[in-house]
Design a binder for this molecule. Structure first.
Ligand code: FES
Length: 131
C-alpha cells in the first residue's frame, strides 16, 4: 500500500515543524476551548482535537495531538485547515469521506479519516455541552 502524495507531504511537514502545523493543545480550563478525544479500536491510534471558539461562535484556532499512522496525522493536519475560521454548524458538515477524498486514502486507511470525523464530532459535542 502506497500513501498518496498529499498524505506523505502533510505527514512530513508536520514532523518537520509540529508547532507551525498546530500540534499541541490549549488550556483545558479555558471556557472557550472545546475538546474531542477519540480512539480507533482496530489499531489503537488516538486523536485529540482542541478548538478555540470566539465570542461569535467562530473557530479561531485549532490544535491537535495524534498518536497514530501517517494517514491519521495527515487527517489531523487537514482538519486544522478545514476548521479554522468556520462556525460550529459548518464544522458539523465535515465528513470522513471529505477527508478521505482530499487525502486519496486507500480503503484500508479509511478508518483514519473516520477517526478524524469522530474527533470533530466529539469536540462539537463538548462545545454544545459547555454552552
Ligand atoms: Fe489507525 Fe490510521 S492506522 S488511525
Amino acid at each position: 500500500m502506497a500513501y498518496s502524495k498529499e498524505v506523505v507531504q502533510r505527514f512530513e511537514d508536520v514532523l518537520k515543524n509540529p508547532e507551525k502545523h498546530s500540534v499541541g493543545s490549549f488550556d483545558p480550563n479555558d471556557p472557550n476551548v472545546a475538546t474531542g478525544m477519540v480512539g480507533a479500536p482496530a489499531c489503537g491510534d488516538v486523536m485529540k482535537l482542541d478548538m478555540k471558539i470566539d465570542i461569535d461562535g467562530l473557530i479561531e484556532d485549532v490544535k491537535f495531538k495524534t498518536y497514530g499512522c501517517g494517514s491519521a496525522i495527515a487527517s489531523s493536519s487537514l482538519f486544522v485547515d478545514m476548521l479554522k475560521g468556520k462556525t460550529i454548524e459548518e464544522a458539523k458538515q465535515i465528513q470522513d469521506k471529505d477527508i478521505a477524498k482530499i487525502l486519496d486514502l486507500p480503503p484500508i486507511k479509511l478508518h483514519c479519516s473516520v477517526l478524524a470525523e469522530e474527533a470533530i464530532t466529539k469536540a462539537v459535542e463538548d462545545w454544545e455541552t459547555k454552552k
